[in-house]
Design a protein around this ligand. Structure first.
Ligand code: FAD
Length: 223
């Protein structure tokens, strides 16, 4: 059994370029392309967002790759306007060499009590033992996956347009949301706030969430 830490990889973006592209699309509405200046996108976006004219944000998208637990994608895949490719527990056979012949579980760092944490760990070990035992008895992945808990580590690629990201990050970074999701999405929101302040600055998040729990945040050319 391997206890692993979560991460989120996001494609390298140029936030200003994204906002300028949104501005160009939006100005089609008023045929005011001639009014574009170096920073005219700021006022335009502010006006659009204040008035609820948010469909213009749908012209641009961002892709991320998240390594977290099954519980987190169970919740995030409820967002109907995002697209997902999720590691399959039907096709991935964790007894194979490729997976180190073991199951990876995301470290629930937010279980701080030692006894509770040890209970979690013992349970994961028992699950892995029985997964491998079922495999040895000839069980198919479809049967073995019935044992896998929310803590099972999984990678998923998620793409959404800017409007949907604004919506998702507003909903999924508050204190009402499971810590496994806050771990990966608060760092993403902070990145978007830096890159696209005109769009994301108003989005609030749980500022009391312990930054030590943040998932590793990686910016890459391609995710
Ligand atoms: C704190 C929290 C707790 C939750 N608890 C539960 C729970 O206990 N059980 C549970 O089942 N779910 C739960 N959810 C999931 C929640 O109900 C939504 O299904 C999920 O967050 C997706 O959000 P969304 O509906 O805004 O969808 P998205 O798919 O992201 O849609 C974006 C927006 O489009 C509009 N839209 C999309 N589809 C429709 C439609 N058919 N009709 C009208 N408008 C639409 C809405 O304005 C919606 O907000 C919880 C979510 C949160 C954040």
């Amino acid at each position: 059994m391997r206890i692993v830490e979560p991460y989120i990889k996001v494609e390298k973006i140029d936030g200003t370029k994204i906002m300028k592209k949104i501005e160009r699309a939006c100005r089609t509405c008023y045929r005011s392309e001639g009014s574009i200046t170096e920073d005219s996108y700021k006022r335009l976006l502010n006006n659009c967002i204040t008035r609820g004219h948010e469909s213009v944000l749908e012209h641009e998208k961002v892709t991320v790759r998240i390594y977290s637990d099954i519980g987190s994608y169970k919740d995030l895949t409820r967002h109907r306007f995002a697209s997902f490719s999720v590691e399959s527990t039907r096709y991935c056979s964790y007894d194979k060499d490729k997976y180190g012949n073991e199951i990876a579980f995301i470290n629930p760092v937010y279980i701080e009590d030692k006894e509770m944490y040890e209970t979690w760990k013992e349970t994961m070990q028992m699950i892995e033992n029985n997964y491998i035992k079922m495999k040895q008895l000839g069980a198919a992945n479809d049967m073995c996956r019935e044992l896998l808990p929310h803590s099972t580590a999984a990678e998923y690629t998620m793409t959404a347009n800017i409007r949907e990201w604004k919506h998702i990050l507003g909903l999924r970074t508050t204190k009402h949301v499971h810590p496994a999701i806050r771990q990966v999405l608060i760092p993403l929101l902070k990145y978007f706030k830096e890159e696209m302040p005109e769009i994301f600055n108003e989005v609030e998040y749980d500022e009391d969430f312990n930054p030590d729990y943040y998932a590793k945040f990686i910016v890459e050319e391609e995710v």
